[in-house]
Structures are given as C-alpha cells and as structure tokens.
Design a binder for this molecule. Sequence first.
Ligand code: HH2
Length: 285
Amino acid sequence: MSRIEQTRRTLRVGSRELGPGPVLLGILNVTPDSFSDGGESLDPEAAAAHAAQMLDEGAHVIDIGGESTRPYAAPVGPEEEERRVVPVIQRILTSRPEAVVSVDTYRASTARAALAAGARIVNDVTALRGDPEMASVVAEASCPVVLMHMQGEPKTMQEDPRYGDVVREVGESLYARAEHAVSAGVAPENIVLDPGLGFGKTTEHNLQLLSRLGELTALGYPLLVGASRKGFIGRVTGTESAGDRVAGTAATSVLAYERGACLFRVHDVRENREALEMAAAVEGA
Ligand code: HH2
C-alpha cells in the first residue's frame, strides 16, 4: 500500500464510515463575524436550512463553529459559543437524523455539550492545546478529532509568522500533538491532522504547505485541508471578495487530494465535490 493510500483511509463515525474517497465537510459558521459568511446563519432555522442545502449538495459532514477564528478575531465566552451551536445541532439532527455533525471548538465544555446534542466529530484548531480538558472529552467520547496546526493564537497569529522550513515544522508539531492525544487516551484511528492553512502563515507558507503536502502523509494519519475562500487564494488570484474564491478553492482541493489529503473543509460544497470527483476519476482511470 502506498503512503497516500494509507493516509486516505476510512474514518469510522459511530456505525458510519467516511472515505476513503474525498470527504467533504460543509462549513456552517454560526457567528456574526466569520470572514466570509459571518451573520448568514445566526438564526438556527436559517443555519439548519443552510446545512440541509450542503448535505443535498454532497457534504458528508456539517462542521459547525460558534466563534470566528479569523485573524484578529476576539474570542467569545463559552456560554455564548454553546448557546450558538447547540440549538443548531439539535435543529439539523431533528430534520436530518442521519447527518454527521462536527463541532469546531477548542473548548471542552462546548465539545461536551455538542457531543451530547449529537455531534460526532470534534474539530479543534488548537490541537488540544486550548483547553486542558479537551483531550479527555475526546478520549471518553471515542470520536474522531481534527488536530490543526496553528502558530500563535488567532488574535495575533498573522502579525509576523516565521518558520525555518514550514512543512517540516508543521509536520513535527502535528506529530507531537498526535502523540499527546494518544497518550491522553485518544485512539490513533480517531486522529485527523490538518496543517492549518492561514493560521500563523504567510501566503508563501500556505503555498509551500499545499505544494509539499505529500510529505505530511509520512505522519500516517488522514489529512484535512481547510483552504476554502482564504486570503492567500485571494492574494494569488486577485479576488478581493471571499465569495469570488470558489474556483481557486476547488483548485486547492484537487491539488491537496492528489497529494494525499482526504478531508476537505469547504464553504462551496457542490463545486468542490465536482472538482474532487473529477480528480478521483482521473486518478482511478
Ligand atoms: N479554518 C477556519 C476555521 N476552522 N478548522 C480546521 N480544521 N481547519 C481550518 O483550516 C479551519 C478550521 C477558518 O475559516 P472559517 O470557518 O471559514 O472562518 P472563521 O474562522 O472566520 O469563522
């Protein structure tokens, strides 16, 4: 088995299996200030309708976040975060009980409440660093967890990010976080790693990470990529508005898939699904 085949393995979520083909996570930000869709899904009814649309377009997972992590974002309190995400999870699962929901949070209390409401994946942009209790919450739930790399913290991470060799350093850091998770009782087959595009990285760092993503398959864990509509795509393509970065995003999805990524966190589900279906078909020809 090649390294890419090993990395693109299936992910068990309860009785369901996701992958080994491309797995799409549709982004649902229940926030007033997310960089590209802030304010669109604050009302639980509107959020559930948006989730249903993404599921119909081919999303395998709905990734719900209640706090923006965009550069310079201010954190919200744990009560407010929970108040935003829990009713939306409940609303989605009432109308679509088969949906797989992931919660984008670094707080153990929010993760616990979301899991109790039916979420089945935890997406932690701090890779279990943000809350000392998160590792045990994930270990006890026996659920998949995304460990994302970030240099610094959202408020300041874009001020002057520096690396010697960004791919090597991100890889080493992710490996250490995976080891930490395993030592805290998280099953290795529940770990997904993410290079954290845009989190404490310049445009050049993001491009290097995508270009050399294949090197991260050596870590032996499934890889998630979250490039969707991010600023570095705007800087390369000259698209000021985040909504105009759909084609640029689809290109990153295909390139990342070719290099071994298997999970894709995206705003525009249909376009990325079609691009990835083409990539998978060509690869399998
Ligand atoms: N990016 C964002 C948020 N969560 N999670 C993972 N695993 N990987 C990512 O790259 C990632 C993430 C930022 O994007 P978005 O949710 O669209 O915006 P905001 O943080 O402003 O809500």
